[in-house]
Write a protein that binds this ligand. Structure first.
Ligand code: AMP
Length: 353
């Protein structure tokens, strides 16, 4: 791939807040962005030069979109693989293989195991009988997860004891039964890989979840996280190299007494990297744009102690009051309705050391 010249156009598949922040980083480098998503009422379109509100399988619309773009990326890992395959492949540096792997929890676990990574004990589920057998082998507590489309704890059922098994839905789609990992903490490894194969890692934050949704990312992470970083980075590097991936890639882990346990991966910028906008020398959004445009990657160093807090649901009602503390950096995504569990914005605080 060539370097995308100044003033070039970046296509973004998906219209969420990740696309919004990606387009804002692209604008800083003089690029313009065009979005594409089936939903017109989205938060990326207000910061894009143009937006295609078209279905994922609308081939003429995809062709017209591609024709306007010098390079194409995504902000949402459930973009159908066939949509990406329908685009001119020389304009899709991230490659569709990363999406294919990350869209299916079983495929993702197999892929990572093949590279020596360790996921939670798990079993593929296609029927109610499979659940009974998995529960006998793996035990409880456990979580039943749909293989596809689940995020932020959606499409997941907790199994605290064998009594709960009778209350589980009959699987109508492939699922995975996952033994519950007794972890000390959760963290993610976020890296950017350039077109020349160069990889840069951001420091890993301690990620605190509430109700399956990321609540906070805190840096520096405590020792019980940092002691696992080297092993986790080794795996993340292998994943990125094996996929010939270009851009920002995220792997989520549980820190346990026996080492890092792989949870899931996202071939995109990630909520647990939002702190990097003000807390790192170069943000995940800027480095993703640099990578896909064939530019050199920026320094990923952390600039101090950082805390990023997600603003979820009705929490944004009084968001401007956060600005009474001059150290707070407020990000609002411009979503109209504050549904419960919806990520509406985030606030980051950096204490320089
Ligand atoms: P996921 O959508 O798979 O990332 O799950 C959302 C959150 O649920 C994770 O960040 C964990 O807090 C929790 N979780 C998911 N799977 C497991 C597991 N196997 N063991 C323990 N906690 C889990």
């Amino acid at each position: 791939m060539q370097t995308i010249p100044q003033g070039g156009t970046i296509g973004i598949l998906g219209g969420g807040q990740l696309g919004r922040m990606m387009a804002m980083a692209a604008a800083q480098l003089g690029y313009r962005c065009i979005g594409y998503a089936p939903e017109g009422d989205n938060v990326a379109s207000p910061v894009c030069a143009d937006f295609f509100t078209k279905d994922w399988d609308d081939r003429p619309a995809l062709a017209a979109f591609a024709q306007k773009c010098d390079v194409i990326t995504w902000e949402f890992e459930n973009v159908p693989v066939d949509t990406v395959k329908a685009l001119p492949q020389d304009r899709v540096p991230c490659g569709h293989r990363a999406l294919e792997v990350a869209q299916d929890r079983m495929a993702e676990k197999r892929f990572v195991e093949g590279l020596g990574g360790r996921p939670a004990p798990h079993a593929a589920i296609h029927s109610a009988d499979d659940i009974t057998q998995a529960a006998e082998r793996i035990g409880t507590p456990a979580i039943l997860k749909t293989c596809r489309e689940g995020y932020d704890g959606k499409g997941q059922w907790r199994v605290d004891s064998a009594h709960d098994l009778s209350g589980l839905p009959t699987p109508t789609q492939p699922c995975v039964y996952e033994g519950f990992v007794r972890f000390d903490a959760e963290f993610s490894v976020i890296l950017a890989r350039g077109q020349n194969g160069e990889i840069r890692f951001w420091d890993s934050a301690l990620n605190e979840h509430e109700g399956g949704i990321l609540a906070r990312s805190i840096l520096p992470a405590p020792d019980h996280v940092t002691r696992h970083i080297e092993a986790a980075r080794d795996l993340a590097r292998q994943v990125a190299d094996a996929l010939h991936y270009v851009g920002v890639l995220t792997l989520e882990f549980f820190a346990t007494a026996d080492g890092p346990v792989f949870n899931e991966m996202a071939p995109r910028v990630h909520n647990s990297g939002h702190w990097s906008i003000e807390g790192a020398a170069t943000s995940q959004f800027e480095n993703h744009i640099r990578a896909i445009c064939g530019l050199p990657l920026g320094d990923t160093a952390t600039l101090g102690s950082v805390e990023m807090r997600n603003l979820i649901g009705a929490e944004t009602g009084s968001a401007f009051s956060l600005l009474s503390d001059p150290a707070n950096h407020l990000h609002l995504y411009g979503k109209a309705s504050a549904r419960e569990g919806r990520k509406m914005g985030h606030v980051t605080r950096v204490t320089r050391v």
